[in-house]
Design a protein around this ligand. Structure first.
Ligand code: GDP
Length: 202
């Protein structure tokens, strides 16, 4: 998919203020500092696009970007470093949870994971929450340039083994690096495929 246009639309404190739309939406979420803004800027080819949502006061809102006039990229607030208990209580607004659970146009959630870290309980709990609620998601391992190819493969294996303790299958998975500019084509191709399936459903 070629990105012809990408623009910031709005920041919404809750699902009720989100744009009324029938267009497909793709969410991006992960722990603070995972590389979410960098990834969004790389995918859209617009340096600084995600920084709009980084303005003070907007960090805990749901940020919509309209891409190619046909789909929304939704930047969801990152969750903090604090250990999040199984039920995901803190550093997590109800509105985001509501968005994930109730937004009918949300086609897929990209769950960003720092490839350098061992599986984090907060991430595993979050995926558990997605699985329990049957929310489609994909994993994106970020900052892969910081590891050798072999170390990335090993990190993935470790992660899969951990997930397969409670999951029957592994979700779609992408490797990204904003330094090496890798992962963009694969993620965009996946989004395009999802959009086609979404249109066929209508
Ligand atoms: P966010 O808080 O999740 O939005 O994370 P940012 O996109 O602001 O990135 C956090 C830090 O990680 C910044 O210093 C980025 O330059 C760095 N970073 C993000 N992506 C990559 C990557 O793919 N490779 C490397 N080496 N650094 C990255």
């Amino acid at each position: 998919m070629i990105i012809k246009s990408a623009s910031f639309v709005t920041s919404s404190p809750s699902i009720h203020q989100c744009p009324a739309t029938k267009k497909p939406e793709f969410g991006f979420i992960g722990r603070s500092n995972v590389g979410k803004s960098s990834l969004i800027n790389m995918i859209t080819g617009r340096a600084g696009l995600a920084k709009i949502s980084g303005n003070p006061g907007k960090t805990r809102t749901i940020n919509h970007f309209l891409i190619n006039e046909s789909w929304y990229l939704v930047d969801l607030p990152g969750y903090g470093y604090a250990k999040v208990p199984v039920r995901l209580r803190i550093s997590w607004t109800r509105s985001v949870e509501e968005f994930i659970l109730k937004r009918h146009t949300l086609v897929c959630l990209f769950m960003l994971i720092d490839s350098r870290l061992p599986p984090q309980s907060s991430d595993l709990s979050f995926m558990e929450f997605l699985g329990t609620n049957q929310v489609p998601f994909a994993r994106v391992f970020t900052k892969c340039d910081k590891l050798s190819d072999e170390a990335v493969k090993k990190a993935l294996r470790v992660y899969d083994i951990e997930m397969l303790r409670s999951w029957e299958s592994i979700p779609p998975t992408f490797l990204s690096s904003t330094v090496k500019k890798s992962g963009k084509e694969e993620i965009l191709a996946f989004i395009e495929e999802c959009i086609n399936n979404f249109s066929n459903r209508l």
